[in-house]
Design a protein around this ligand. Structure first.
Ligand SMILES: Nc1ncnc2c1ncn2[C@@H]1O[C@H](COP(=O)(O)OP(=O)(O)O)[C@@H](O)[C@H]1O
Ligand SMILES: [Mg+2]
Length: 365
């Protein structure tokens, strides 16, 4: 009798961070305790097709994720009491998953959409719920909530693709006067530094805006913060805890996609960061407040800058942080005494605990 917990790992996906997700999933697959968990790898192609993926067992995962074996489309059957995963064409019931770990980064994975689907299907899942995921994905909404909680953020303005005469976008001159150059242009909803530029002049601004509008209709234009770049990991539901902070020393003009994933020497990670104890405590407190203000649960990585005057400025939250070999989230826990395998175990247990907690809520009078 199989008595292991059945975990579905979702990876790939429709976002520009598809390739990063494959790397993350590979590490989660390798590290998960297979005596305790029975793993079902569910690939999501760039088109959004779900299928059972067997490449991880073979140890070589092609990128992008494709249904090369011609496996059947998967569907979730709703409302049967137990959630059911179904191979559609052969009507082959794969059976219930006890929990899903969405190892997906960016839109369609980290933004609440997959979380909503899993919730409808009555499946516990790792990480933030629908609201926390959606809020964490949209840098504008995220920063507004942080501002509302008196948490420190960098000054920014918005650009809308469909701005009109009634609500026009600010001009380059207005932005440069308000934020000074250089400043950052970013799509509001994305990650992994995709579509982000550091702008020095009007020519670069026009290019940066055109590039970023390819990814989103809403852009953040943000003041350049001069300081050390730091990240910290959070784990837990109602009583989350914070790891030690880590530092990123980018070898590029900022921590770009190239510095993150393509250039082997693109960034130096200092784990843990060298900081006095009082500052570590202050950073941990601020990160925990951030996690709560942004309605997160399970896990998140909070990224921030530390200025020369020891001011903490929160840059963003990532509700499904990278799990690649060189990723900060698991490495910071490792440095704080929780191994990769134990971390995955705890994340899954937190998912189950939240599901059971929420199931106690009344759904009718
Ligand atoms: N306001 C800023 N000041 C200085 N550097 C920034 C700022 N915003 C972004 N960056 C740089 O760009 C990188 C990516 O930006 P970020 O907002 O974290 O987007 P992503 O979600 O793609 O990681 C950061 O890690 C940092 O190096
Ligand atoms: Mg970032």
């Amino acid at each position: 009798m199989e008595n292991r917990i059945k975990v579905g790992i979702l990876f790939g996906g429709k976002s520009a961070e598809h390739e990063v997700s494959i790397q993350s999933a590979k590490n989660v697959y390798d590290a998960i305790d297979k005596n305790k968990y029975q793993v079902t790898m569910i690939g999501i192609s760039k088109r959004g097709q779900w299928f059972l993926d067997h490449y991880f067992e073979k140890g070589c995962v092609p990128a992008p994720v494709e249904n090369a074996d011609g496996g059947e489309n998967l569907a979730l059957v709703l409302g049967t009491g137990e959630n059911q995963l179904l191979e559609v064409a052969g009507k082959n019931l794969i059976g219930a998953l006890d929990v899903v770990f969405p190892v997906l980064h960016g839109p369609f994975g980290e933004d609440g959409t997959v979380q909503g689907l899993l919730k409808q299907a009555n499946i516990p899942f790792v990480g933030a719920d629908v609201l926390g995921s959606a809020v964490g994905m949209d840098k504008d909404v995220m920063k507004r909530l942080l501002r509302d909680s008196d948490l420190p953020i960098a000054p920014y303005v918005l650009l809308h693709k469909y701005a009109d005469a009634e609500m026009p976008n600010p001009t380059y001159q207005e932005i440069a006067a308000y934020l000074c150059v250089p400043f950052f242009v970013k799509p509001a909803n994305l990650g992994s530094s995709v579509g982000i530029s550091k702008v020095q002049d009007e020519g670069e601004f026009d290019q940066a805006v055109a590039e970023a509008f390819q990814y989103d209709h809403k852009l953040i234009v943000e003041k350049n913060i001069v300081g050390r770049e730091m990240e910290i990991s959070i784990l837990g539901n109602e009583n989350p805890m914070a790891s030690l902070p880590g530092e990123i020393i980018s070898q590029h003009s900022f921590y770009s996609y190239e510095a993150k994933y393509l250039d082997e020497h693109g960034a130096i990670l200092k784990i843990p960061a060298s900081l006095p104890d009082h500052l570590v405590a202050k950073i941990q407190q601020t990160a925990l407040k951030t996690f709560k203000a942004l309605c997160c649960e399970g896990m998140a990585r909070v990224d921030f800058f530390l200025t020369e005057k020891d001011e903490i400025i929160i840059n963003e939250i990532n509700t499904i942080p990278g799990f690649t070999k060189i990723s900060m989230y698991p490495k910071l826990w490792d440095a704080s005494g929780i191994s990769y395998t134990e971390l995955i175990d705890r994340l899954i247990q937190l998912a189950l605990a939240r599901f059971n907690r929420d199931r106690q809520l009344k759904t009718s009078r």
